[in-house]
Design a protein around this ligand. Sequence first.
Ligand code: TTP
Ligand code: MG
Length: 242
Amino acid sequence: AEKKGRVEFRDVTFKYPGAEAPVLSNISFTAEPGKTLAIIGSTGAGKTTLVSLLPRLYDVASGDVLLDGVPVTEMDASEITSRVSAVPQKPYLFSGTIEHNLRFGKPDATDEELWDALETAQAKGFVEEKSSGLNRRIAQGGTNVSGGQRQRLSIARALVTKPNVYLFDDSFSALDVATDARLRKALKGKTKDATVIIVAQRVSTIADADEILVLDNGRIVDRGTHDELLETSPTYQEIVES
Ligand code: TTP
Ligand code: MG
């Protein structure tokens, strides 16, 4: 069977409610199952806004956002949630055990699936280090765990649902370079059939992506592989050198 999770943005322009100017203009791209699409660009470029349109945190005013050819505006919220897992830039953990937090998107997940997700997300050691294990309490907002641990638990939570599409919004920035590399390698093995969209700050995080979109001021100014962009994109070169 054909792999699911093809994401297409067709000439998308988006303004926040009440705002004058669009924060995204004429965005078009396709992200395919089995491939990794990366989005890079300076702060305020519109990366978080862009990835928020697929799970319909907002609906677009013009253009289309499609999942396997169907506009997301024609899909049920529950269908989108089961098929798209987003790891937000500021991941949210709620008050409850680690297990509750991980099972959020898939209540019937087995313990083995939880541990498997934790291992991929490089969070297994952190959960094992206390005897309470999966029953360890997380405070409201995850204030009793570090930013990097919050990110990794949030990545594990996304993995548990086994979606068609993963959105990682700056999910690797709180990790040191070695953990970042280990995590992405493990992730690759687990997300082979899915569409992976990664928003990143560091070029090292996305250098092996199949395609990279360079976003500047709400527009895609350049696109290509890391090697192509090094040759052709002054904006990308600036990010590499920063
Ligand atoms: P973002 O989409 O948040 O920009 P970004 O994700 O590229 O930035 P960062 O690297 O810092 O994470 O913002 C784009 C523009 O949209 C910016 O001018 C702020 C504005 N904006 C809103 O008006 N409301 C919102 O809820 C958000 C998220 C952004
Ligand atoms: Mg952002």
